[in-house]
Design a protein around this ligand. Structure first.
Ligand code: AKG
Ligand code: FE2
Length: 302
């Protein structure tokens, strides 16, 4: 098998410190349709802030497992739930340290900016028409993820299995180890190589459903070992989501006059519950997607 990082995926890199010109908007639109993934630079988060978060997170993960387990499974996902190599901590921003809060408020602002840009790719007037009315109540949470390397670095192992995110958008910082991969429509795994100063952004299920599949929430995963530098891998994921009681339903002009409606309207929290309760869903992300939950029967061919 060819190891996919030999053939990394070229995703657009957007400079979010300035207004996007029409060609940048076009490549953003194409990336969101085709991959649901793109990258951003000049996002205003300094290297220093990443370094502080990194060292704070390493301290937390190196606590004895009894202390981490005391946080409860809704907060702390220990090793062997999602995979033998993955542990994760959900951060409640308003309860967290100043550093996490600072990061949280920056990615919150970024999420808002990005959502408005994505709306613009769907239709010139859609930002002013839908941002306030549909996305004003969005909220975010963060996860810090710690991946230990498999014993044999010759073997490739899944650190985090194939999943889609439940969010509207997710912003990911991955360290220099790499391993994040996105699945093409044909089922090929493509690597998203880490680049210094760059954040990865992806569309989640809530936005895929709201856009009637015009935006893609792609399956992705994290692989470890095989050709990767050894050592633990660290990532930071921020999920920007609709409020729990939101009814997700694509507006008529987002669907378009001649297109079929792909989903029945659904309440956000019911989808989150579905993902938590499905058989593999001891961990809230692995396995099912919004298509399994809300696709209209004639479209359920995912
Ligand atoms: O660790 C990563 O790079 C990605 C993590 C991820 O996909 C997630 O937390 O949903
Ligand atoms: Fe993810």
């Amino acid at each position: 098998m060819i190891y996919e990082s030999e053939n990394p995926l070229e995703l657009p890199v957007l400079d979010v410190s300035e207004a996007l010109d029409s060609s940048a908007l076009r490549s953003l639109g194409a990336a969101c349709r085709e991959w649901g993934f793109f990258q951003i630079i000049n996002h205003g988060i300094s290297k220093d802030l990443f370094t502080k978060i990194y060292s704070l997170s390493s301290k937390i993960f190196s606590l004895p497992s009894e202390s981490k387990l005391k946080l409860g499974l809704k907060t702390y996902t220990p090793l062997f739930i999602a995979s033998p190599f993955f542990e994760s901590l959900r951060i409640t921003l308003f309860l967290s340290s100043e550093i996490m809060q600072e990061y949280g408020s920056r990615v919150t602002e970024l999420s808002k900016t990005i959502l408005r840009l994505i709306l613009t790719t769907l239709g010139k007037e859609f930002d002013s028409k839908y941002y306030e009315s549909e996305f004003q109540q969005c909220h975010g949470y963060m996860r810090i993820n710690n991946y230990s390397s498999p014993r044999s670095s010759k073997e490739e192992a899944e650190g985090l299995g194939m999943h889609t995110d439940m969010s509207c958008v997710t912003i990911v910082y991955q360290d220099e180890i790499g391993g994040l991969q996105v699945r093409s429509r044909e089922g090929r795994w493509m690597s998203i190589a880490p680049r210094e100063g760059t954040l990865v952004v992806n569309v989640g299920d809530m936005l895929q459903a709201w856009s009637n599949d015009r935006l893609r929430s792609s399956e992705h995963r994290v692989v470890l070992g095989r050709g990767k530098p050894s050592g633990t891998r660290f990532s930071l994921a921020f999920f920007w989501c609709f409020e729990d009681h939101k009814v997700v339903e694509a507006p008529d002009d987002v669907v378009g006059e001649h297109e079929a409606r792909m989903y029945k309207p659904f309440v956000c929290s019911e989808y989150l519950t579905f993902r938590e309760n499905t058989e593999r869903g001891k961990f809230d992300k692995v396995g099912f997607t919004v298509k399994d939950f809300a696709a209209l029967p004639q479209n359920n061919i995912a």
